[in-house]
Design a protein around this ligand. Structure first.
Ligand code: NDP
Length: 448
């Protein structure tokens, strides 16, 4: 058997034996390993340096108790996590997720993806991720504040503007970042650069809220251009209705497409006239209600319970922007029957391994999250730069930089796929390009 293939298989076996129950993490590792053989064959020194095992094992995992009190005086205990995955190219950087499904496997998969994503931005940021199994849904502002204060009381010992800089993710938006930042400041004094995604009046960057959603659309637009296409006149389905989905919907409409459906964890809306972005923003961001409310504002729209990917309408572009593993092989086949010609992920790992195989067999251009949703972390890094310089750039300046970053990620991913004889395979392109940056940087620093 070829040396590189044997090395990949042995590494995966070792990782699986170590953490057999961490299914999401193992899935992310497998997706990565599946593309890496050509680069290991071309660079046997990486095998000699055992670079895969060094890259797949996080530098550090912190797990902690988060006690907090409800408005009724009841004491609750949640679990907090921070995985500091890889600092080869800069301080750990990656969001915090508050969702009942959070466990070590999910945080490790997100941290692992984050390492490659961050390196693709071309900015000096390492990868990390954190969160808690706390569910902000249905909690009062005071309960969320008490939880965030307790969470940060522990986390603050492990982060810092030049060491580890968290941001938001599922369940962590401007409200949570504000409370987390307030507690950090109370304990450590003013250090704006310790968190990104802050409200603008606390040192946040203009354009950060929109960045992941806009970024995925900019990336898709580049992909469509290479196909001789554009968003003009295209029907688009966007899953989710949170931070990423809302701004993806807005940008698709600006570029001439029509988003016909979006969702939350209970069901989805189909609006043949196009989803009204302002209504979704009002329902989800301001009122924090369920998406089913939408039909009260737009009586010609329909609400269905269940997965948005079971929709049977004609559309051309799919932008999954909700959560991991929302699309399996069956749903991917349905998508293609519906007329989809391109898929780009705003969420992290929304397509499982079977779904990816379906896209690739059907030769549908498919952009994995680690490339297509890098806009959020890229603008977070721009927020860090502004905080260090005590400067604030305009929305248009940030948006222009975001557009350029997404374009250069697309070009690097596309060209790397071609260089390694897998043209059009953006999974391979993203994994190999990200891997090369990290591997070279790790090796240049010796065995650390
Ligand atoms: P939000 O919490 O703002 O929104 C998440 C959305 O996904 C909500 O509409 C939520 O519905 C829905 N959702 C959550 N879980 C499920 C589920 N199990 N099934 C169906 N729908 C679900 O999070 P974000 O928009 O910030 O994040 C969305 C995705 O994008 C995540 O995968 C995240 O890791 C990724 N991402 C986010 C970035 C950012 O900058 N925010 C950056 C890069 C990636 P409900 O309201 O019912 O819970």
């Amino acid at each position: 058997m070829q040396e590189a293939v044997r090395y990949i298989e042995e590494t995966y076996k070792k990782i699986k034996k170590r953490d057999p129950e961490q299914v999401e993490f193992l899935q992310a590792v497998k997706e990565f390993l599946c593309s890496i053989e050509p680069v290991l064959t071309a660079h046997p020194e990486f095998i000699q340096q055992n670079i895969l095992e060094r890259m797949i094992e996080p530098e550090r995992i912190i797990q902690f108790r988060v006690p907090w009190m409800t408005d009724q005086g009841e004491i609750k205990v949640n679990r907090g996590f921070r995985v500091q995955f890889n600092s080869a190219i800069g301080p750990y950087k990656g969001g915090l997720r508050f969702h009942p499904s959070v466990n070590q496997s999910i945080i490790k998969f997100l941290g692992f993806e984050q390492v490659f994503k961050n390196s693709l931005t071309g900015l000096p940021i390492g990868g990390g991720k954190g969160g808690s199994d706390f569910d902000p849904k249905g909690k009062t502002n005071n309960e969320v504040m008490r939880f965030c204060q307790s969470f940060m009381t522990e986390l603050q010992q492990h982060i810092g503007p030049d060491f580890d800089v968290p941001a938001g993710d599922i369940g962590v938006g401007a409200r949570e970042i504000g409370y987390l930042y307030g507690q950090y400041k109370r304990l450590n004094g003013f250090e704006a650069g310790v968190l990104t995604g802050k409200p603008v009046f606390l040192g946040g960057s203009l354009g950060r809220t929109e960045a992941t959603g806009y970024g995925v659309v900019y990336f898709t637009d580049e992909m469509l251009k290479d196909m001789g296409q554009s968003f003009k006149g295209k029907k688009v389905v966007v899953s989710g209705s949170g931070n990423v989905a809302i701004y993806a919907i807005q940008k698709v409409h600006e570029l001439g497409g029509t988003v016909i459906a979006c969702s939350d964890s209970n069901g989805y809306i189909w609006d043949p006239n196009g989803i009204n972005y302002s209504t979704i923003k009002q329902i989800k961001e301001v009122e924090r209600k369920r998406i089913s409310e939408y039909i009260h504002h737009h009586p010609k729209a329909y609400y269905y319970e269940g997965s948005i990917w079971d929709i049977e309408k004609n559309y051309q572009v799919a932008l999954p922007c909700a959560t991991q593993n929302e699309i399996d092989g069956m749903k991917a086949k349905k998508m293609i029957r519906n007329g989809v010609i391109a898929v780009a992920e705003g969420a992290n790992m929304p397509s499982d391994l079977d779904a990816i195989e379906v896209y690739q067999d059907a030769k549908i251009p498919y952009a994995p999250g680690k490339a297509a949703n890098a806009g959020g972390v890229a603008v977070s890094a721009l927020e860090m730069s502004q905080n260090s310089q005590r400067l604030s750039w305009t929305f248009d300046e940030v948006d222009e930089k975001l557009k350029n970053i997404m374009k250069s990620i697309y070009i690097e991913v596309r060209d790397t796929a071609e260089m390694y004889h897998t043209p059009g395979n953006f999974v391979a392109g993203a994994n190999i390009a990200g891997f090369m940056h990290i591997a070279e940087s790790m090796i240049s620093q010796g065995l650390v």
